[in-house]
Design a protein around this ligand. Sequence first.
Ligand SMILES: [Zn+2]
Ligand SMILES: [Zn+2]
Length: 283
Amino acid sequence: MYPLRGKTVVYLLLMKLFDYHIHNEISFDSEAKLTEHCESACQKGLSEIALTNHYELDMVLLGTAEAPDLAREEALLAEAKEQYQGKLTLLRGIEVGQPTYDQEAFRKLIAQRDYDVVLGSQHNGKGNIDFYFMDCNSFSDGYLKELWDAYLEDLLSIAETAEVDVLTHILYPVRYVEKSRQHCFPVTREAFEPIFRALIRRGIALEINTAAVRKGVLATPDPCLDLLTFYRELGGEYLTLGSDAHFSPDVGAHVKEAAALAEQAGFRYLTRFRQRNKIMEAI
Ligand SMILES: [Zn+2]
Ligand SMILES: [Zn+2]
C-alpha cells in the first residue's frame, strides 16, 4: 500500500507538461520572441513546446491575409533549438485555419515541411471574418444560431476529412459572445457527438485550449469537463494541451489545470507528437 502510494507521488512529481499551441512574431497577431517563449516555458517547468503559427488558409488564398514567413520561422526555430538543447524540446507545428475550404492547397502546404504536429482550426465561416473581429453581440439570436450551426458543420468537416493531427479550441465562437447571449451557441453533447465520433474514428486528437479561461471569457478550459467526459465515454483517447499564447508570460498558462481536468474526465494519458506520430504519456 505505502510503497505504491509513494511511487505514484514520485511519478506525478516527475511528470512534465507541455504546450502545443503557441504563436510568435511569425503570426500576424503576435510580436512575441521565440526565445522569450522558451524562457517562459523553462521557468514553468515545461519539457516541450510546439510553435504553431497561424496559416489562415482561405484568407491567404483570397489574398486578404499574408502567408506567414515560414523560412524565417525555420531559422528562428533552428536558433532556439540550439540555444535550448537539453533544456526544452521545440517542435515544428502549424495552426491551419479553415483547412477544409481548399483541401488540395492544405495538403500541399503541409507537405512543404516536416511537421511534428498540425493543428486544424476554424476561426471563421465561409466568406465571413474571424469570430474574433465580429461584433457577435449586435446580431439577432436567429443569426447567431445560424453562425453556430455553420461553425459546427465546419468542425465536423475538419474532423471527417482534413489531414490534421489535432482539432483546436472547439468552443472558439463562445468566447466572443456575452454570457447573456451564450444560449445562441448551445454547448451540448448532441452538438459535438458527430464531431467526436469522427475524431475518434480518424485518430485525431482533441486539444484542451486554455486561452478562454486565461482571458476570463470561459469558466473552464475549452472543452469543458462535460464535453471531455463525453469524448472519453465515446472512446476518445487522444488529448493535447495548448495555451494559445501570443505573449511569452502566457506560455504554459493553465496547462496544469487542463491536465487535471483531463484526469477528472477519466483520462490517464496525454498525447505528444513527433513527426506527426503519437506518443502516449501517463498524466
Ligand atoms: Zn486558433
Ligand atoms: Zn492559435
